[in-house]
Design a protein around this ligand. Sequence first.
Ligand code: ATR
Length: 284
Amino acid sequence: MTADLPASQISHAPLAGVIGMPIAHSRSPRLHGHWLAHYGLAGHYVPIPVMPEHLAEVLRVLPRAGFVGANVTIPHKEAVLTLADTVTDRAALIGAANTLIFRPDGKIHADNTDGYGFVANLRQNAPDWQPSLGPAAVIGAGGAARAVVASLLDCGVRELRIANRTRLRAEQIKAEFGARLVVYDWAHLGNMLEGATTVVNATSLGMQGKQPLRFPLDALSPDALVTDLVYTPLMTPFLNEAAARGCRVVDGLGMLLHQAAPGFERWFGQRPEVDDQARQVVQG
Ligand code: ATR
């Protein structure tokens, strides 16, 4: 509710935003704007369209223009790692950052909260979920999959199966993340479901306008927790099929909400709640 603040305070209101290209359709400004209004905090969160060749320059300028940090999205998530002064271990391991903190001394700190958002979403919507109970199956090996893999290993998953259309990317993740990973063949995706207790679609298949993710689910146990990183639509064909088999399913919207919370807290000083209201705002 910055409109009601005296001018002196508005000039000091912290600024944050999301850096990407294209950025017009990002839902982050709506979410952060909602939280700012909800908690009555001074601050603004704006979309910041930046071409790759201008990223370094923009990152140098933003802290001098009142920005306390930013989210980073496609296509800059990898490039910011080379431009930041400090990078958290998890961001380095994932190979991408989505949250920047601009320190008072001008230094840029880069973190990745995607994995945190992924796990927080599951913990919120499936409180009984026990990651160490059995193997996890991750479909996909892009940037989002890397964050999911890192967070599942952190949670104590003992065997993590991964398959990707381009097998080499899955092999690369195994090479980096270690012995708990087993690469499965894309042509026999159904095999990775045998005994799996956590199943994740980390590809973009199932997104509005794309083909659905379809493969034999005969080996899918009704005890498995199934989740999808795609959140448009909320219930993807894959989640619908899993639900029809009796599985607990969790949609991907909560990951988007939870990954935003740590940044908001660092920039604006309040840990925001991920509740139904926040979900509605982002969907609206
Ligand atoms: P993100 O950062 O969202 O993970 P990404 O790095 O482009 O985006 O990864 C997209 C994922 O969806 C990859 O696993 C990709 O498979 P490839 O590595 O083989 O490209 C997967 N994907 C996208 N379209 C696909 C399709 N038509 N069939 C199978 N997998 C697909």
